[in-house]
Design a binder for this molecule. Structure first.
Ligand code: NAG
Length: 519
């Protein structure tokens, strides 16, 4: 009998233990777009596999169901429509590099998401509680109000290499002089500095004011309803426990990073999620013993927005190749040579994973770059906007990629680049090396993500990782307090010496005149 009792007690404690390890986590990826969706979905996949309960606020819900998952649709129409268009970017009809406009748009999207009825319902439901909030960072911090409502820590998840605006949220960003901000990479230093400064000022002194008012109007009553202290918006914005960055040394540049930044680049590549290739695609790739070139400009830029004349000239270049070309495109193309195959939906990771895949022609987005390194495929980068320019430059410097500029006569350049990358063994060697660097980590990036998420909950916000300089006033960070004391001491010494000399001088002059008088 006692044995059974002991056993029961043991099982009870065991179940308590497992209960403790299951956390309630809210995940929000405010940026619209398929690549951001992939990052969001992979994040919740990993969390669900680790046994946590997840509420996912998503742009494109309805793709998974899981007993521990609640999905809330946050989509609304008309966001960034017609913005991403290759032809209009080339003809400079749209400026995808206008930072202030982008910051304003992102802030607007975040405010709109929070005001959605379903989201308001979640936030005002007193039964709802979370241990942690995970937010994608993309040029806006308004959604941190959600963490204040639930009174829990929050983590940023970022889709690209460390960005200046983002890094200032957890510490100092020292890379400014040698790394342009990925969100709007401009490679000219002068131009890049102007953008950094104007974006920073615009965010801190304009958008922040609007958001502060909205925060008081929308979030403050929700926080008060839960009898919690309403933190000031400016404090809240700077209160992230961590940044989980989709970056890694194998793809990016090495810069100084705060302890609260954890690089988990490539976490979205989850082995069990890599689907086998559809049968006909697999057969085609198996048969292509001369190699397969995979060409995709990502999910933001529809292939149809490529000017027609360029497409035709590119097809001519492809016709002269002995390799098979898989072009990810929405519709079939006229005059398509027989070695070119159009695929409207592409299982990108499975294609790159195929041993016959020898080259990836890409826009150089972060996910594609990481996937190329994961599967060890050299690249040709045709950057269009955002971090793509910077990513491609870095990959070119590493010797794993060749850059082709987007222009009306890019077909010729593309031809030369294909010959170079396939003809020169150095590209394959470099990609093999960096692929090794990519894989050779203490833990796979997905395991790191789960580890740090649990770490933040268990340590109630990982305050021990916060950089001391976050708590310091700016003049102390610049050593201005010490410098001013030093300057004051020097001035004092100069004045004191001067005063002393004057005193001594009058003393001696008096002495001499006294002596003269006595004579
Ligand atoms: C900042 O985060 C910590 C840890 O989650 C929390 O204890 C604190 O209340 C937060 N402060 C503000 C101002 O939100």
């Amino acid at each position: 009998m006692r044995k059974i009792l002991k056993c029961c007690v043991f099982i009870y404690f065991l179940s308590l233990c497992t209960l403790c390890w299951c956390y309630k986590i809210l995940v929000l990826f405010p940026m619209v777009g398929k690549s951001h969706g992939i990052l969001g979905k992979s994040c919740i996949d990993l969390l669900l596999d680790a046994g946590h309960q997840v509420t996912y606020l998503a742009w494109s819900p309805g793709f998974i169901s899981h007993q521990n998952l609640t999905v809330i649709d946050i989509s609304f129409p008309g966001v960034m429509e017609n913005r991403f268009d290759i032809k209009r970017t080339m003809d400079r009809e749209v400026d995808l590099g206008n930072m202030n406009e982008f910051l304003m748009t992102m802030s607007g999207i975040q405010r709109r998401i929070v005001e959605q009825e379903q989201v308001q319902k979640l936030l005002s439901d007193p039964e709802q509680n979370f241990d942690l909030v995970i937010l994608e960072w993309l040029a806006g911090e308004y959604i941190t109000g959600i963490a204040a409502v639930f009174g829990c820590p929050y983590i940023w998840l970022s889709s690209f290499e460390p960005d200046f605006l983002m890094m200032t949220l957890i510490g100092e960003y020292t890379g400014l002089a040698y790394v342009p901000t990925p969100v709007f990479s401009s490679l000219q230093r002068m131009w890049s500095m102007k953008r950094h400064i104007s974006a920073y000022l615009f965010r801190e002194f304009y958008i922040q004011q609007i958001e502060e008012i909205e925060y008081q109007r929308v979030f403050a009553p929700l926080i008060a309803k839960r009898h919690k202290v309403i933190p000031s918006y400016s404090e809240l914005r700077y209160n992230a426990s961590l940044i989980l960055g989709n970056s890694h040394n194998s793809v990016g540049k090495v810069i100084q990073l705060p302890q609260a930044y954890k690089a988990i680049g490539g976490y979205h590549i989850i082995k069990k999620n890599i689907q086998p290739l559809p049968k006909d695609l697999k057969n085609l790739m198996d048969r292509s013993t001369n190699g397969v070139i995979y060409f995709s400009m990502g999910t933001f830029l529809p292939g149809k927005s490529f000017p027609d004349e360029i497409k035709q000239r590119i097809l001519k270049v492809f016709a002269g190749l002995k390799q098979t070309v898989l072009w990810k495109f929405e519709t079939d193309l006229p005059n398509r040579p027989s070695n070119v195959h159009i695929i409207s939906w592409s299982p990108q990771q499975s294609i790159l994973d195929h041993p016959n895949c020898v080259l990836f022609i890409s826009h150089g987005g972060q996910l594609s770059s990481l996937e190329a390194l994961h599967f060890g495929v050299p690249l040709i980068g045709i950057p269009v906007f955002a971090d793509q320019h910077m990513n491609v430059k870095t990959l070119v410097n590493k010797g794993v990629a060749k850059e082709v500029h987007l222009s009306y006569d890019m077909a010729e350049d593309l031809k030369a680049a294909i010959e170079e990358v396939l003809g020169n063994a150095s590209y394959a060697e470099a990609v093999k090396h960096y692929s090794y660097v990519y894989h050779h980590r203490t833990a796979p990036p997905g395991a790191e993500l789960v580890h740090w998420v649990e770490h933040v909950v268990q340590t109630r916000g990982a305050l021990h990782l916060r950089a001391v300089y976050r708590m310091m006033p700016w003049y102390q960070k610049c050593y201005l307090d010490v410098a001013s004391v030093a300057i004051a001491v020097v001035i004092f010494l100069i004045l004191a010496t001067k005063w002393l000399f004057r005193k001594l001088k009058t003393f001696f002059v008096n002495q001499i005149s006294d002596l003269k008088k006595k004579q």
